[in-house]
Design a protein. Structure first.
Length: 208
């Protein structure tokens, strides 16, 4: 593995230099963000940044965009973060809970209307999700997929989502079914918890 110590140190030095500018930035188009992202990509091109700018305190999130192989690197980067007044640094996108709506480009989806059907293959522990959006046009499928991934990140957190869900697909809700035939997306965390408990109980019964 390539030694990332020096690029990590350079990333944090750059962040210290531009932290004040970022705290007052109105969008991610700020030059300081672009320069900082370039330093982060010098550590690994699969890493990204998210900011929460608030007068009461700012947050910097280093994310691997769901790539589990990069999670240890993200934690290593944040572990080396310097103390900077007014800033909190976090590894991976945390759990915020499902938003009321989620958008991508010009498409906005009401999260409460979205449902899912779990996909479980025999002989595998992997969980997939077939997600249905009522009223979705086929031409909007790509936008909906990106919007739903954003909702899942917020609902579960990046690490939990990557651990619990192996794959997803997003489709329009078929006209010959009703949404109540499926599980509300906002209940996904409860479903995962129920599934895990069921599997543990089954494994315990088998061992006995």
């Amino acid at each position: 593995m390539t030694d990332s110590s020096q690029p990590i140190a350079e990333f944090w030095r750059s962040f210290q230099d531009c932290a004040a500018a970022l705290a007052s930035a109105e969008s991610v188009e700020h030059p300081a963000h672009e320069a900082l992202l370039e330093k982060l990509h010098a550590i690994h091109p699969g890493l990204y940044l998210e900011f929460c700018i608030d007068p009461g305190g700012c947050e910097l999130i280093v994310t691997a965009d769901g790539n589990r192989a990069l999670f240890p690197l993200v934690h290593a980067i944040v572990d080396r973060a310097p103390a900077i007044s007014g800033w909190t640094m976090k590894p991976l996108k945390p759990k915020f809970g499902f938003p009321n709506t989620v958008s991508w480009d010009d498409l906005t989806i009401v999260t409460d209307h979205v449902v899912f059907d779990p996909i479980e293959r025999e002989g595998s522990d992997e969980l997939g999700l077939r997600i249905f959006v009522p009223g979705l046009k086929k031409s909007e499928a790509d936008k909906a997929y990106n919007a739903i991934l954003r909702a899942l990140d917020h609902g579960l957190g990046e690490e939990k989502l990557a651990e619990a869900v192996h794959h997803t697909e997003v489709l329009p809700l078929p006209q010959d079914v009703v949404a109540t035939d499926f599980i509300p997306l906002v209940e996904l965390e409860n479903f995962i918890r129920w599934r895990d408990e069921k599997r543990k109980a089954t494994e315990g019964h088998t061992d006995a």
